[in-house]
Design a protein around this ligand. Structure first.
Ligand code: GUN
Length: 283
């Protein structure tokens, strides 16, 4: 029997728990956690992501501030807006939606966010803390993956984990999170030779490739756990992952669906990290 790693169900449960905690705080007269999301320009995917973050934050009962800025904003003006939120003690989390317009230096922006409020886990200090095995804020997608696997009691210690995709948002941070769980980690990418040779050794295979239904059953070891980070439209316009779900399903011991797997966990970890910040400074 294949276990379906239902991220939507776990995300709903975690968000309900957060909402209950916020209600308790309200009843006690505590300050409520505040999340600021900064959106620059009109990128349609970014607008959808930001809307979803806003909806979740509001459902939980956080103060949700979405700061929409014109695409022509000067870098120095953006940096001073970030600094004003850094200085504001009522703000617990600050997130700048990526990608940024070309005239703005992403590294400068990420460095400008107070690392304690960096609920996305992208500040170089937080990246470094994760690297040395002393994490504080985590990037939300890989954190969601680890949380989902742990919820299902999937052992990682001593297991061979193969990650396909070396992005700063998913693949690279996941290396360190898996290492922190005592897994043996391989990272593959577009220049990897004989990808199948790598994937067929995986006890846990994580696909973050960005190509619809790329991973078919011949890439997967019998009984493996498969985590699908992909979000693509197939030729019929249907939302699919990087894994050919129906083909792989009979061969694996556990798999994340798309939609309803990793996606809902990402937003939930953002909320969890905002709450965690509130746990330190509210009340
Ligand atoms: N753009 C795509 N994914 C993300 C994310 O997780 N955080 C931010 N800030 N921007 C993104």
């Amino acid at each position: 029997m294949t276990v379906i790693l239902d991220g939507k169900a776990l995300a709903n449960k975690m968000q309900e728990d957060l909402a209950n905690e916020v209600t308790e705080w309200k009843n006690k007269g505590y300050r409520i956690p505040t999340l600021v999301v900064i959106l620059i320009g009109e990128d349609s995917a970014s607008k959808v992501y930001v809307k979803n973050k806003e909806k979740s934050a509001q459902k939980i009962g956080f103060n949700s501030i979405v700061r929409r800025l014109d695409i022509t904003i000067k870098e120095e003006d953006l940096l001073s807006i970030i600094e004003s939120y850094n200085q504001d003690d009522s703000v617990d989390g600050i997130l700048v939606q990526l990608p940024l317009p070309k005239h703005i230096d992403e590294e400068k922006v990420l460095l400008a966010i107070d690392p304690r409020k960096d609920v996305d886990g992208f500040h170089p200090l937080n990246v470094g803390k994760l690297f040395v095995g002393d994490p504080d804020m985590h990037p939300c997608t890989p954190y969601g993956i680890i949380t989902l696997l742990k919820e299902h009691n999937i052992q990682l210690a001593g297991k061979k984990v193969v990650i396909i995709g070396r992005s700063n948002i998913v693949g690279k941070p996941l290396i360190h999170m898996m290492l922190n769980e005592d897994a043996t980690v391989t990272i593959a990418h577009s220049k990897t030779k004989n990808l199948k040779n790598e994937t067929l050794t995986a006890d846990v295979l994580v696909a973050a490739i960005g190509q619809a239904e790329f991973i078919t059953s011949d890439y997967v070891k019998e009984g493996a756990v498969v985590v699908d980070v992909g979000m693509n439209r197939n030729s019929e316009g249907k939302l699919v992952g990087d894994v050919d779900y129906q083909d792989v399903l009979p061969k694996v011991s556990a798999i994340t669906p798309v939609p309803g797997g990793v996606g809902p966990m990402t937003i939930t970890m953002l909320m969890e990290q905002t709450m965690n910040q509130g746990r330190k400074y509210c009340g």
